[in-house]
Design a protein around this ligand. Sequence first.
Ligand code: ITT
Length: 181
Amino acid sequence: MKLFFITGNEHKSREAERVLKEYDVIIERKDLECEEIRAESCDEIALSCLRMLRGRVNKPFFVEDSGLFIDALNGFPGTLSSWVFKKIGNEGVLRLMRGERKRDAHFISSVAAWDGKKEKVFIGEAKGRISNELRGKGGFGYDPIFIPEGSEETFGENPANKLGCSHRTRAFEQLGKWLRR
Ligand code: ITT
């Protein structure tokens, strides 16, 4: 089966490709602009993008919205993750967390898919904590400051571990199972 992944982010599409090939799903990335609504949850944003793009993509496709939610910052940057990363980067987030002992955080990935007949949303989560300093050059975005549960290395230091347990992997595994149903 072939589906379009509408995203401007190549890292996301590479990660999706690796997970979905296990389900015999081939993806093709297409970069179409979608006006993101303001919302507190990634699934609301993903679903609204899916509905906005339905008329423009007449083939089965999906979109993904994700974000980093930091407990000590009441969930910030959350659904603003992409914008905040561009503005202040990992250094800026580490500055906001300076002196903070409670460093719990989680990533959320919401995938909204249209298989040609039905729409469906899948949510994946990765729990972890924010490191005290930048570590590792792998991955993208907040990977160098996020340490997943059960590990001492950031996603940036250990991208192979990321593929096994990330929010995106978990959401795309559900999509793969649904497509294969
Ligand atoms: P599209 O909307 O075009 O898909 P985007 O990068 O703008 O691409 P989002 O709006 O979903 O995507 O923003 C999510 C941001 O959250 C992303 O740009 C990163 O800064 C961060 N993020 C999401 N998943 C991540 C991951 O696996 N590792 C590191 N940072 C991540």
